[in-house]
Design a protein around this ligand. Sequence first.
Ligand SMILES: NC(=O)c1ccc[n+]([C@@H]2O[C@H](COP(=O)([O-])OP(=O)(O)OC[C@H]3O[C@@H](n4cnc5c(N)ncnc54)[C@H](OP(=O)(O)O)[C@@H]3O)[C@@H](O)[C@H]2O)c1
Length: 251
Amino acid sequence: MKAAIRTHYGSPDQIEIASLDIPAPKADEVLVKIHATTVNRTDCANLTAKPFIMRFILGFSKPKQPIMGTDFAAEVIEIGKNVTEFKKGDKVMGFLDTGAESQAEYATVSTKNLFLMPDNISYAQAAASLEGAHYAYSFIHKVDIKPGQKVLINGASGAIGSALLQFVRQYKVTIAVTCPTKNIELIKSLGADKVYDYTSEDFTADTKAQYDFVFDTVGKSTFGKCKPLLSKNGVYISSELAAIHKMYFYP
Ligand SMILES: NC(=O)c1ccc[n+]([C@@H]2O[C@H](COP(=O)([O-])OP(=O)(O)OC[C@H]3O[C@@H](n4cnc5c(N)ncnc54)[C@H](OP(=O)(O)O)[C@@H]3O)[C@@H](O)[C@H]2O)c1
């Protein structure tokens, strides 16, 4: 099979297309034929091993997994001997932030990282829906959002932000967002009640507004700047490390 590989950490120039053997699935894995994958922000982090802490997972001096790729939409070709949840021909999708080796014609995947694709979407749509939604879910699965609360999403037109907007609207909350002028109508159609146009407005200046949650999905704000906007017991979460941590993790 053909696969996009790299042998050390660094820039995209070192990625090559190699011819490799098709892998065989272990007992709890399936072999899939990849129909769609993406090049996403997690791939960039895995390529460069930045922040540095990622080397503890990806391999300290060089990558343990040479094949790139974290997400996929694919068809099951072969199943391992213990697999009962999936069968040959199933259309499946998955995302693994530590690497799914999916920028290849075939990949083996553990069933715990595999989901059946909804019938009404294409392989391309399935692959494109995974990474942003994965991180968006990490914003909400440890907090208790209640109907009637107020949520602000900074960066609602990004991969994480647009997925988060669609998740939080299920809670029947009031949603304020930031996005650029060109995306205001799109973002309103996804469920935003109030929009700050970040090209002309600074949402942190609106200190009369009070939010139970400020989710910064683009990492452009700070807790200090957003604190005046938080209600009593309000929660701030960002997709980016705080400046002090960046000094340690991006040496
Ligand atoms: N902690 C983690 O594990 C983790 C994982 C993944 C990503 N991240 C971080 O999360 C951030 C977003 O990731 P993503 O994949 O969603 O990126 P993305 O798809 O590129 O989205 C970022 C969006 O932010 C919008 N934007 C740019 N400047 C802005 C500003 N000043 N105010 C508000 N919105 C602004 C842009 O919208 P328009 O295009 O509409 O202008 C852009 O689409 C990145 O900084 C990334 O490093 C962290």
